[in-house]
Write a protein of this length. Structure first.
Length: 322
């Protein structure tokens, strides 16, 4: 699907919103204003953006502990996300979920997930529902390289193939599962080769290049919508930060981090490409930058001042009412 002028502006807004959201969360976390734990998506923005640009609110995604980028790309309300990260009453989950559980079901965002690989069977369910109801909806299950070692992911891959479900396994290979490098945790020659073991095609894309991800994701999603069944897309995406905020990263060569920041910055690359071929102007991009910064600033100020859940809210939202 070729990207028109408005699509490019939208893609840049997503990339930039994720980038600035995460930079600010990092800063606030360091200052101690955010409770709990957080894992940032910095460096991987092009993956969420490249996939979600092909989806509507009727399509579903499942996410991971590193979920802010997926939420933003799927269109979740940034202000309510920030409220949730601050555990405030008007957050997406009424302040009871925090960073690792942000969900907005009506947007098709089935939730970030603190259990590695556990989002994948949820997306499988959405794909089964889409097929059973005779729709052309699809589901995308985001997961890290480490998640491909989980049994529930294997079972989901098998079931998706057997039932020919419209499910895409979007694997973000950032080279690490927590502090363990992929060379040590992956038994197979590659993640893509695992898909073959389940009888599923796989493709690979440079996860620091929005356009490469957009193309690979588009092919897999179009195939699934047309009834072609599941596919795995592995995106090689750099993790700019530690596993979590506060991770000293003693297991990582500082030159590696410097190198990926300099050479694998998906926001910078996007800017260079669209300015280079003249499809967008610097003024258009700068205007988005200013709007995004304003949105993030307002979100943080509002989140800090917002009320916390009340004691009597403790027992609500424990079970969903069907
Ligand atoms: C079932 C389960 N096992 C272990 C953990 C602890 N844990 C949290 S994140 C993580 C690594 C996940 O690696 P990956 O899937 O590559 O995601 P990334 O953090 O690189 O985005 C682990 C082992 C967990 N949360 N859930
Ligand atoms: Mg990883």
């Amino acid at each position: 699907m070729p990207l028109g002028h408005d699509d490019l502006l939208r893609a840049y807004r997503i990339l930039k919103t994720i980038r600035e959201f995460e930079m600010r969360v990092s800063k606030e976390y360091e200052a101690g204003t955010i409770p709990g734990f957080t894992h940032l998506y910095l460096g991987q923005e092009a993956v969420a953006a490249g996939f979600c640009m092909h989806l509507t609110d009727d399509d579903s995604i499942s996410s991971t502990h590193r979920g802010h980028g997926h939420c933003i790309a799927k269109g979740c309300d940034v202000r309510r996300m920030m409220l949730e990260i601050y555990c405030k009453r008007d957050g997406t989950c009424h302040g009871k979920g925090g960073s690792m559980h942000i969900a907005e079901l009506w947007r098709g965002m089935l939730g970030a997930n603190g259990i590695v690989g556990a989002g994948v069977p949820l997306a499988l369910g959405a794909a089964l529902s889409a097929k059973t109801r005779g729709t052309d909806r699809v589901a995308v299950a985001f997961g890290g390289d480490g998640s491909t070692n989980q049994g529930g992911v294997f079972e989901s891959m098998n079931m998706a193939v057997v039932l020919k479900l419209p499910l895409i396994f979007a694997v973000e290979n950032n080279g690490y599962g927590e502090h363990t490098g992929i060379a040590y945790h992956l038994g197979a020659p590659s993640i893509a080769s695992r898909a073959a073991g389940f009888g599923m095609p796989a493709s690979e894309a440079d996860g620091a290049d929005f356009f490469a991800v957009y193309e690979a994701a588009g092919a897999a999603i179009a195939r699934a919508r047309a009834g072609g069944g599941p596919m795995t897309v592995v995106c090689d995406a750099p993790r700019w930060r530690g596993h979590f905020e506060g991770d000293a990263q003693a297991y990582r060569d500082p030159n590696e981090i410097r190198h990926i920041r300099e050479h694998r910055d998906c926001v910078k690359r996007f800017r260079e490409r669209v300015l280079g071929d003249g499809t967008l102007t610097a003024a258009e991009l700068d205007a988005i930058d200013a709007e995004v910064l304003r949105l993030i600033e307002e979100s943080v100020v509002a989140a800090k001042a917002a009320p916390q859940p009340r004691p009597e809210d403790l027992t609500s939202d424990v079970y969903v009412s069907y």
